[in-house]
Ligand binder design. Structure first.
Ligand code: HEC
Ligand code: HEC
Length: 349
């Protein structure tokens, strides 16, 4: 009798407790969509006032990002080339593979910390995050879809009509709402919880080994941080770092400015998450960090537009570094790996 009574009380308590816990959960189990602005980063460039991030807009942007419906034959999604586990780059291909396995000419960059970028693409050909997706959708070797046709396909789906209404207050699906939703998802892709970040922000888990600290020191001494500047590791300028001496196949920044002094210059890439974003450079021509360091130490190719930072006073190209120094710089670069970012369930397909 007594035991039964206790069991009943326990059951009632259990029930009351679960009801309490469920009622405490955030509404509809929605993910946290507040934009993470790390203390060690400068002010963002993308103006979220013109496109406020909402749970509904973010959810729609995420669905669109991973939906192959954006391509002509429904075979390729944004996430096909920008893969979450590769920090939204593509580790499988040196240059991008799009629809019908057509080859692009450039390596898919990591889509992370986009709200701090002043321009987009390796040559800076796109000025606003909102236009990056349109380019891919219409590119014949990427998704090869016509925008009016895409709108028809999206409007046909009840789920999309509902999601666009929830996000933007109307089931009118157009280029503007499509790009705004995609930008809300991409804006949220902030990577700033590497061991290095925790070290600079004095947070728990921010311990660097003596080798890594020496690597950080060398990174500054060897002037890597002139181009790979701030904690975003890019000054977002366009430079020629000597990976080629002829640029006839891809003239880089020249294609945008038509200024011959810009031939062979490409946007300085961030150095975050390098352990996930290989192969490296705009054409994916360097496969490992060891090879990147060997390039700077002894493989820099001279050309008209080679950056002066990569030319020694006696005219020899490159940054002199011993093998040991290269190893330490690599040890430092690996502290910029942010496993929390690539495992974030909010960003997973
Ligand atoms: C076929 C592969 C492919 C697909 C599909 C693709 N991208 Fe890209 N993406 C690339 C490549 C390659 C670049 C670099 C382009 C260049 O420099 O000319 C790029 C560049 C970008 C950039 C600029 C990153 C930077 O650092 O400047 C953003 C943002 C982006 N893509 C978003 C998207 C979105 C959104 C979609 C879907 C609508 C998408 N991409 C679909 C391959 C792809
Ligand atoms: C003059 C400016 C400049 C300096 C100095 C410089 N870099 Fe770079 N770095 C670049 C540019 C530009 C690229 C991209 C080049 C391209 O793709 O054509 C790049 C690419 C890289 C990449 C490949 C990143 C990726 O995602 O593809 C790594 C790694 C790198 N640099 C590390 C370093 C290190 C380490 C140093 C110092 C030893 C250094 N860089 C010095 C401008 C510079």
């Amino acid at each position: 009798m007594k035991i039964k009574y206790i069991k009943l009380i326990a059951l009632l308590f259990g029930l009351a407790f679960t009801t309490f816990i469920t009622s405490c959960k955030p509404e509809d189990n929605q993910p946290d969509i507040s934009l993470f602005l790390p203390a060690n980063f400068p002010q963002p460039v993308y103006n979220t006032d013109t496109n406020p991030i909402t749970p509904e807009g973010f959810a729609l942007g995420k669905k669109l990002f991973f939906d192959p419906i954006l391509s002509r034959d429904s075979s390729v999604s944004c996430g096909f080339c920008h893969i979450p586990t590769a920090a939204f780059s593509n580790a499988a291909h040196p240059v991008s593979h799009g629809i019908e396995d057509k080859l692009g000419i450039r390596n898919a960059p990591a889509v992370m910390n986009m709200v701090w970028h002043t321009t987009f693409f390796w040559d800076g050909g796109v000025h606003n995050l909102d236009f990056t997706g349109l380019n891919a959708i219409q590119n014949p070797v990427e998704m090869d879809e016509q925008l009016p046709n895409l709108m028809v396909k999206l409007k046909r789906q009840q789920t999309y009509r509902k999601m666009f209404t929830d996000a933007f207050g109307s089931d009118e699906i157009n280029t503007q709402t499509l790009t705004k939703a995609l930008s809300q998802f991409m804006a949220m892709l902030v990577s700033a919880n590497s061991r290095y970040d925790k070290y600079v922000r004095n947070e728990a888990g921010g311990n660097l080994t003596p080798d890594e600290l020496e690597g950080l020191q060398l990174f500054k001494e060897k002037k890597c941080n002139t181009c790979h500047a701030t904690d975003l590791f890019s000054d977002f300028s366009f430079r020629n770092n000597g990976i080629k001496d002829s640029f006839d196949d891809d003239k880089g920044r020249f294609l945008v400015t038509l200024n011959p002094n810009d031939t062979g210059k490409f946007k300085v890439p961030s150095l975050r998450n390098l352990q996930y974003t290989y192969p490296y450079m705009h054409n994916g021509s360097i496969g490992t960090l060891e090879a990147v360091l060997q390039h700077y130490a002894g493989g820099v190719l001279p050309s008209q537009t080679l950056d002066s930072l990569l030319i020694q006073p006696d005219g020899t190209p490159g940054i002199p570094m011993t093998e040991l120094e290269q190893t330490k710089i690599i040890a430092f670069l690996k502290t910029l790996t942010d496993p929390q970012f690539i495992k974030d369930p909010r960003f997973a397909e």
